[in-house]
Design a binder for this molecule. Structure first.
Ligand code: ZN
Length: 222
């Protein structure tokens, strides 16, 4: 079994892309004050940030034809065809911070997720092999329900300082994010309540929802 069916990490190297702060991606561009969708939200940008928290990791093997879980060498849908094969689907969501703002960053590519988790190709392939016992593995910031040793290992890894580290990411604004047009449609219920500590008291304040980004490349910071 290989790294999966995701895109290979190719295209421009990170040094060729414009480097911005997370706050730059969140604020409206002064060049286009009337536009609903802002130019900076469409491009690929590099941010140097710290991975602060692992929200979610999902790894599953699905049927190449219908997308149902693939388990015990067959598709779990009774209506499905015979000539199908398993496809590895991977998704990770982390929280990052660069001092100017925080953002959630999603990873949908198997090679990228392996790199995010600091795993070698062999380690990653061993994990996909281990998945044949359950078909689906979910790790969240609260832990995992799975009793598989591989789940326990990944759970520890996701919250370790090996993974929660500084890095450079090539990102775009996640167009599916419900907060995409936030600047223009400031509905109060889109804001999040935050508890802020000031001296010995704490106050509740409304703050902007998290910026949502999708990652296309990752580089270590030396
Ligand atoms: Zn199927």
């Amino acid at each position: 079994r290989s790294y999966g069916q995701g895109r290979a990490v190719q295209g421009p190297t990170l040094s060729e892309l414009p480097q911005v702060l997370l706050a730059d991606l969140f604020l409206p561009s002064s060049e286009a004050p009337d536009e609903t969708v802002l130019p900076i939200q469409h491009g690929l940008y590099v941010v140097e940030c710290h991975i602060c928290m692992f929200f979610q990791l999902i790894i599953k093997t699905v049927c190449s034809h219908c997308g149902e879980i693939f388990l015990d060498s067959k598709c779990q849908s009774k209506q499905c065809r015979e000539d199908v094969h398993p496809v590895l689907v991977v998704k990770a969501i982390v929280l990052v911070d660069d001092g100017s703002n925080q953002a959630t960053v999603s990873f949908h590519d198997a090679i990228l997720v392996a790199r995010l988790l600091t795993l070698t190709e062999k380690q990653w392939n061993d994990i996909s092999e281990g998945l044949s016992d359950c078909g689906r593995l979910v790790i969240t910031k609260d832990g995992t329900d799975s009793r598989l040793p591989i789940a326990k290992l990944l759970n520890c890894l996701c919250s370790s300082l090996l993974v929660l580290r500084p890095c450079k990411l090539a990102v775009v604004r996640d167009k599916k994010s419900p907060t995409q047009n936030l600047i223009n449609k400031k509905a109060m219920d889109e804001f999040q309540i935050r508890q802020v500590k000031i001296a010995k008291t704490s106050v509740q304040t409304w703050s902007l929802p998290l910026l949502s980004l999708a990652c296309f490349a990752l580089e270590e910071v030396n």
